[in-house]
Design a protein around this ligand. Structure first.
Ligand SMILES: CC(C)N1CCN(Cc2ccc(Cn3ccc4ccc(-c5n[nH]c(N)c5C#N)cc43)cc2)CC1
Length: 250
């Protein structure tokens, strides 16, 4: 998957060079390219913003540099397989299901804005050339879209074949599709490691029993318990078929 990110703060995307996503890029699974928006300005001050039409606080990002950037990165006639992602507080919620959908694309272009956002005409013009997703990562206000791009690239990238090792498969992700017997659709329960006793607190003996069936049942019970406590909305949304007979008996 090729990922292009256009921003006035390229350094904000440095975390994509490390860890999981950095390794995927080094392995060639991801081709991540970060671009400075001002590359596509032509005035002495490399202007990317102007005052809002109709008045109001702040500044609005001009459509021209964004349009030139998009056209330069996705020349007319080469849009097949490309989707434009615009992070915005007024966007559709970015969820695991959206991440799974975006993971099917061959090319994602991210347009993280600053100020009050981008002139609406950019999104309208882009939507005539390729699918445009206006997405929000949550109900809180950020100062720009770069943090959202970091979130989305990690959530999408980890779903691509070869990015997660077999041991860390995404198949049982929380928020993923609930599947019979799997943990998908539920929150993770508690996790433990050595020592068996720490601070006078013991690891639940079942986890030291070696009985994998009993351990799996215990983990599912704990996941259900935590989900019911922290996110009852997810329980309501579970596909009834994803709950096995013992779950229903709880
Ligand atoms: C009346 C007047 C004082 N109000 C002023 C605040 N306006 C809303 C407003 C608020 C902040 C920003 C800053 N910003 C610029 C680009 C950008 C991209 C994403 C996000 C963003 N925030 N939260 C998320 N979950 C996001 C995502 N994804 C924020 C961004 C832009 C716009 C509403 C009008």
């Amino acid at each position: 998957m090729r990922i292009d990110i256009v921003t006035i703060f390229p350094e904000y995307l440095a975390p994509l060079d490390v860890s999981l996503i950095g390794k995927a890029a080094a392995a060639g699974i991801l081709d991540i390219r970060v671009h400075e928006l001002r590359t596509w300005t032509h005035d002495r001050h490399n202007t990317v913003d102007d005052s809002p039409c109709g008045g109001g606080p702040g500044m609005v990002m001009k459509p021209e540099p964004w349009w030139e950037a998009l056209t330069g990165l996705v020349p007319p006639g080469t849009e097949a397989g490309t989707r434009l992602i615009v992070p915005t507080p007024s966007g559709r919620p970015f969820t695991q299901r959206v991440a799974e959908d975006l993971a099917t694309a061959s090319h994602l272009v991210f347009a993280p804005a600053r100020y009050e956002g981008i002139d609406r005409r950019f999104v309208e013009a882009a939507a005539e050339r390729m699918p445009v997703e206006e997405l929000s990562i949550g109900d809180y206000v950020l100062a720009g879209g770069e943090v959202a791009v970091l979130v989305m690239v990690e959530a999408v990238g980890r779903l691509l074949p070869g990015v997660l090792g077999n041991a860390e498969s995404a198949k049982d992700d929380s928020f993923g599709h609930a599947s019979e017997g799997g943990m998908a659709g539920l929150l993770e329960g508690p996790v433990y490691t050595k020592p068996a006793t720490w601070d006078g607190r013991e690891v639940p003996p079942v986890l030291l029993s070696g009985n994998h069936a009993v351990i799996a049942r215990w983990r599912r019970d704990e996941a259900l318990r935590r989900t019911a406590a922290m996110r009852p909305d997810l329980i309501e949304g579970l596909d009834p078929d994803a709950l096995d007979k013992k779950d229903r008996a709880r």
